[in-house]
Design a protein around this ligand. Structure first.
Ligand code: LP5
Ligand code: MN
Length: 281
């Protein structure tokens, strides 16, 4: 359980999917993190920071720029936390040390005021996607990971890309609802029952990414949102963080982040590509 002091400000982001195909998203991220970094800032990245991760021995210009952005943030006094997503679950201790990440388990908890917030990437709560859950179970075993990481980098890149292609093909045959979070898995999670059978402790609020369906579920108003909003934490509120895409934008917003004040006030800030244009001029 992470407990933050009264004057700490937690920032939550996920699903940036940074790659050489997303130069504008990388630039937006660099700008954002420089803006929010400070000694009071606790920055939580809840998975899928990168589009794909082949192992900590892989690097390129995009990886290096992302690393520099975190190192500058750390130099400005921020505390950085990282949770692995389904795209970058191979980010390991070497990368975390290089950039100063505290590696979170999935799920993990943070306490803010009297609220216990469950943090997760989100894919484990998609329990109706049984093909994915089988795939996840297999590839997260130490055997699979050790075997994969012992192969030459070029082979890993090829295999990982081929898994991506399989996944994209499979997804095109799946019903949309199957690829979303299961409400019964969410209800069980509040009660401390995790899909894999573990007892994890109860929580008031759930915060995740993965589905790219930005939402605040459990407020009076609607679930899905497409503009910034704020409110007060209360029991059984579920935040779905926005994905970031400043390169191939499909939505009214291109990214965003959540902050929560110590008094339980939250602010979900959605970012627009126009903010990036302003930055350039
Ligand atoms: O990420 P997203 O949202 O597009 O899709 C996910 C699920 N897919 C995945 C796979 C990732 O996209 C790619 C992972 C790359 C990992 C790189 C390292 C590789 C390491 C290997 C071992 C240590 O997570 C998708 C979900 C979707 O979220 C929504 O929740 O539906 O799940 C799938 O589509 C998975 C398929 O259902 C089953 C997987 C088939 C893969 C078969 C592999 C065959 C290998 C062939 C090799 C020649
Ligand atoms: Mn994901």
């Amino acid at each position: 359980m992470i407990e933050l002091s009264n004057n700490s400000i937690p920032y939550f982001i996920s699903d940036l999917h940074i790659s050489h195909r997303t130069p504008k998203t990388l630039q937006a991220f660099e700008h954002w993190i420089a803006t929010v970094s400070s000694p009071n800032s606790h920055i939580f990245i809840l998975g899928d920071l990168f589009e794909i991760w082949f192992g900590d021995d892989y690097t390129d210009e995009v990886v290096q720029r992302t690393q520099s952005a975190f190192i500058h943030s750390k130099d400005a006094g921020s505390t950085l936390y990282f949770m692995q997503g389904n795209r970058d679950f191979l980010i390991g201790d070497t990368f975390c040390k290089q950039v100063g990440f505290k590696l979170l388990t999935d799920p993990d908890f943070i306490q803010i005021n009297q609220h216990i917030i469950l943090l997760t990437h989100g894919d484990q709560l998609c329990v109706d996607d049984q093909d994915y859950q089988r795939f996840r179970h297999m590839t997260r075993s130490n055997n699979w990971i050790d075997n994969f990481l012992s192969q030459p980098l070029a082979d890993r890149i090829e295999l990982a890309n081929s898994i991506r292609e399989h996944s994209e093909r499979d997804k095109s045959h799946k019903k949309i609802e199957i690829m979303d979070i299961s409400q019964s898995a969410v209800n069980n999670a509040y009660l401390g029952h995790w899909p894999d059978g573990r007892l994890i402790g109860r929580s008031n609020v759930i915060l995740h990414g993965h589905t790219h369906r930005c939402a605040v579920h459990g407020l009076n108003q609607p679930g899905l949102i497409n503009q910034s909003c704020h409110g007060k934490l209360h029991h059984q509120l579920r935040f779905v963080l926005p994905d970031w895409d400043f390169d191939y934008p499909k939505e009214k917003f291109n990214g965003g982040y959540l902050t929560i004040q110590h008094d339980g006030t939250f602010q979900l800030n959605l970012l627009h590509s126009s903010q990036l244009i302003e930055l350039k001029s």
